[in-house]
Design a protein around this ligand. Structure first.
Ligand code: GRF
Length: 188
């Protein structure tokens, strides 16, 4: 069995899509969700799906040791960031080098880097007048949004789009592609 840990800070709709995709998988399971926010919506979603979901303090994240200990005890093979807004400390990126992936809600390198998360990204796409947006699934390295791209998928930006309507369209791409890419990485 290959084991996934999802790191999430927000609503957790991607975490939910991933958990559901692997719920009856013979070789891959979502072992747990870790968060940097006690009040993140992801905890309620995981409770409903019976997936352990834990919040760590800023100090625990910065230190990394307890997080690594837990990941190793649970034999985690892949760390999947899904709307995770804290910086991954270098201790974790070193131990899990090549085993951490992220999804970004734009076509990187457009609209990436510091401050580019959630609705900020969709607002920036609309303000730039881009006629397409999409998702980027990539490996995580120390530089924010700087790791090797695994896959990108596009969607249209419509003339009357709001940040919310664009976010919805991008989310559909995320739910469809992210679980499949995780599966490919773990089965290869
Ligand atoms: C997603 O759009 C993801 O690409 C970005 O943050 C959002 C998280 O949404 N990194 P959710 O918490 O999975 O609902």
């Amino acid at each position: 069995m290959k084991r996934i840990a999802i790191f999430a800070s927000g609503e957790g709709s991607n975490a939910e899509a991933i958990v559901k995709y692997f719920s009856r998988h013979s070789d891959i399971k979502v072992e747990m969700v870790l968060s940097n926010r006690v009040s993140a919506g992801v905890h309620d979603r995981m409770d409903a799906l019976s997936i352990p979901s834990t919040a760590f303090t800023k100090e625990q994240w910065n230190d990394g040791a307890q997080i690594i200990d837990l990941l190793q005890k649970k034999s985690i093979d892949l760390i999947v960031l899904a709307g995770f807004l804290a910086i991954i400390p270098p201790q974790i990126t070193t131990v899990y080098s090549g085993k951490i992936i992220n999804i970004h809600p734009s076509l990187l390198p457009r609209h990436g880097g510091m401050g580019m998360w959630g609705m900020n990204v969709h607002r920036a796409v609309l303000e730039a007048g881009d006629d397409k947006s999409g998702i980027t699934i990539h490996f995580v390295v120390a530089e924010v949004d700087g790791g090797k791209v695994i896959e990108q998928h596009e969607c249209e930006v419509l003339p009357n789009d709001t940040p919310e309507s664009l976010a919805n369209r991008v989310h559909q791409l995320e739910y469809f592609h992210y679980p499949r890419v995780i599966e490919q990485l773990l089965i290869d």
